[in-house]
Design a protein around this ligand. Structure first.
Ligand code: ADP
Ligand code: ADP
Length: 229
């Protein structure tokens, strides 16, 4: 079944047309990676799905419900969508445990259930033993795993990844892109992933969306996209 349905979405900044009518669909459990040169509109598209910006035209549906159009939008926290950012955006003065537990506390889940959920996430992301540390006391790779743990623990319908590995060194990027894809597939979490790294996209995606100048250039399996004539 269809999870995300983006229909002819347009966005401009002043006279500049950043998205010129983009349409795509994402199925339940699917990982789509959005790839393309700087300035092609990847972040703008992700912001529209996240609810951080409003389209000027077209509409976005999530599980059949309209969440954004020119005439209105559902706020980010009501979309069942979580996001992992390039700079992690962890709360530096909160422990690893509290960072991961944050969304569960907002939902007013009871303490025992929160503890169980956080411990499960610590296990999944191989963060055992680090729960009392503060983010600045962790390596970049560990911080990114905390950000992922925080994003999966509330069981979002859709995970948005914005250049998630760009701040890591090459060895970690190679390790983490496989680890992330395996984890999301195992948990059945659908993923909308933006990157400028073709290898990262190729390693993670079921389908690749290649953008160029605010429009879709290709939308197909990685093999089909990278096949040379
Ligand atoms: P990408 O993520 O692919 O690098 P973006 O979506 O960030 O592309 O940007 C697409 C285009 O829109 C770029 O030319 C960028 O300069 C422009 N743009 C993005 N955000 C704004 C903004 N807030 N105001 C004006 N122009 C913007
Ligand atoms: P507490 O009141 O439990 O000490 P905090 O001081 O950690 O909570 O955070 C207060 C609010 O500020 C939180 O709701 C959080 O959304 C926001 N916040 C704190 N640190 C950051 C950060 N680094 N980036 C973004 N938002 C933050």
């Amino acid at each position: 079944p269809l999870l995300l349905d983006i229909r002819d979405v347009k966005k401009h900044y002043g006279k500049f047309q950043a998205l010129k009518g983009v349409s795509l669909d994402l199925r339940e459990g699917e990982i789509i990676s959005v790839l393309g040169p700087s300035g092609c509109g990847k972040s703008t598209l992700l912001q529209l799905v996240a609810g951080l910006a409003k389209p000027d035209g077209g509409e976005i549906l999530l599980s059949g419900r309209r969440i954004a159009s020119a005439s209105g939008m559902v706020p980010p926290e009501k979309r069942g969508v979580n996001m992992v950012f390039q700079d992690y955006a962890l709360w530096p003065h909160m422990s690893v445990f509290d960072n991961i537990a944050y969304g569960l506390k907002q939902k007013k889940m009871d303490r025992a259930a929160i503890r169980a959920k956080v411990e499960e996430a610590l296990d999944l992301l191989r963060l055992n033993g680090l729960q009392d540390r503060l983010p600045p006391q962790l390596s970049g790779g560990q911080q990114q795993r905390v950000a992922i743990a925080r994003a999966i623990v509330t069981e979002p319908r859709l995970m948005l990844l914005d250049e998630p590995l760009s701040n890591l060194d090459m060895r970690l990027r190679i390790e983490m892109r496989t680890e992330m894809a395996v984890l999301f597939r195992r948990l059945g979490i659908s993923v909308f992933h933006v990157t400028h790294d073709p290898e990262e996209a190729f390693a993670m995606a079921d389908r690749l969306l290649i953008m160029r100048e605010g429009a879709i250039d290709q939308f197909a399996s990685p093999k089909a996209c990278f096949r040379r004539p």
